[in-house]
Design a protein around this ligand. Structure first.
Ligand code: KG4
Ligand code: ZN
Length: 361
């Protein structure tokens, strides 16, 4: 089954063709990053206008790169939310129009379910993903810990009370005078810094909680920056590097500890990282270290031994970490497959079947 995926939930206009959920025939992403770098963040109206201009050429290119004409497509999948409504509506309108004109099924996809399925895009027949899986989805807008016991079935274990991890990276980068988007800039500065120079607070949200909070950490960095500016008048390159490294280490610590304690509790076979922040090399390395060393740290920093072993996966192709449409087509395929071929066609922005994530933010 060949599915054309469309994604416009934030600032990437993307279209892709994926066969049977795992074989990527094309993956076209038009990133608006240079446009939003000027304002240091996404301006919804500007993003929406750019989607309008890009959507048709991007879909066209996805079909061309897959060497397919539109008639060879079996269904059209589109991100229905959560995301910026003014951006979502462009993808949803394009997908609905194509589906109506071509009389193809339309499959609405939750954006976080899309991120989750990024790891299936690299699944090999000789190395199939084994359930149960715990997935940590960390991006600019989302921070969820999800248990999957089978395809297209999601149990939300924890989420953020305030900022998502990616948002915290972006805000701290701004405090340190680094560019947009902040994640890659913090990672670059951190590679030259001392992660142990500043002891930053880790919000653990109570014993056994799988929820997150990053606002206190952000305030702690703001206080450090204000103190340093009062003392020296400006931020030295050394201060910026050490601050970025300490911040990154703290965020990655909380994320990996919660991921692995959830994996132990729910007897997972695999642990996955997904979303824009899963591109972070320190996050990947720290998760690998803990999986191989068979431990995580509790809220007091004490090492807790893991009884089970887990396979760690994250998208090797960084294009599958940040927003893309291949992940949307993959999630659509496995949802349809689970429903026995029934395609959830219907009002895309108000699909009652997707209760878990049906808030369009
Ligand atoms: O998944 P995504 O493209 O969009 C959302 O669904 O929000 O994620 C974008 C986020 C941004 O906050 C960006 O700073 C972060 O992912 N990000 C990173 C890295 N690359 C992107 N964060 C940390 N380290 C990175 N290398
Ligand atoms: Zn995303």
């Amino acid at each position: 089954m060949k599915i054309l995926g469309i994604e416009t939930s934030c600032d990437e206009t993307a279209a892709a063709v994926v066969e049977d959920g795992t074989r990527v025939l094309s993956n076209v992403i038009f990133s608006q990053i240079p446009l939003h770098a000027r304002t240091g963040g996404v301006v919804p109206e500007v993003a929406a206008r750019e989607h309008v201009v890009r959507i048709v050429p991007v879909v066209d290119k996805a079909l061309k790169n897959a060497s397919l004409c539109i008639d060879a497509i079996d269904a059209i999948a589109v991100t229905r939310g959560p995301g910026l409504v003014s951006s979502l509506i462009i993808g949803v309108s394009a997908a609905s129009t194509l589906a109506a004109v071509l009389r193809k099924p339309l499959i609405p996809v939750n954006h976080i379910a899309g991120h989750i399925y990024a790891n299936w895009l690299e699944e090999k027949p000789s190395d199939k993903i084994k359930f149960p899986v715990i997935i940590l989805t960390v991006s600019g807008g989302h921070n969820e810990l999800v248990l999957m016991e089978e395809h297209a079935s999601y149990q939300l274990l924890g989420e953020t009370f305030d900022d998502a991890a990616g948002e915290a990276f972006d805000k701290v980068a701004r405090l340190l005078g680094l560019g947009y988007p902040g994640g890659p800039q913090i990672a670059k500065a951190a590679s030259r810094g001392n992660p142990r120079r500043f002891n930053l607070p880790q919000a653990r949200m109570g014993r056994g909680s799988f929820d997150f909070s990053f606002s206190g950490l952000k305030t702690a960095v703001l206080n450090l920056v204000n103190k340093e500016c009062a003392r020296n008048g400006s931020l030295s390159a050394e201060f910026i590097a050490d601050c970025a490294a300490s911040f990154q280490e703290t965020v990655c610590g909380v994320l990996t500890d919660k991921l692995l304690s959830a994996a132990e509790k729910f007897k997972a076979k695999e642990v996955h990282l997904a979303g824009g922040v899963s591109a972070n090399q320190r996050l990947r390395a720290m998760a690998q270290e803990k999986v191989e060393g068979k431990y995580y740290c509790d809220q007091n920093g004490k090492k807790i031994r893991l009884n089970s072993s887990f396979k760690l996966r994250y998208p090797l192709d960084l294009a599958y970490c940040t927003d893309n449409a291949a992940m949307v087509a993959s999630a659509a395929f496995f949802t349809v497959k689970k429903n026995g071929g029934h395609q959830p066609i219907g009002p895309v922005l108000a699909d009652p079947e997707l209760r878990m994530y049906d808030v369009v933010q």
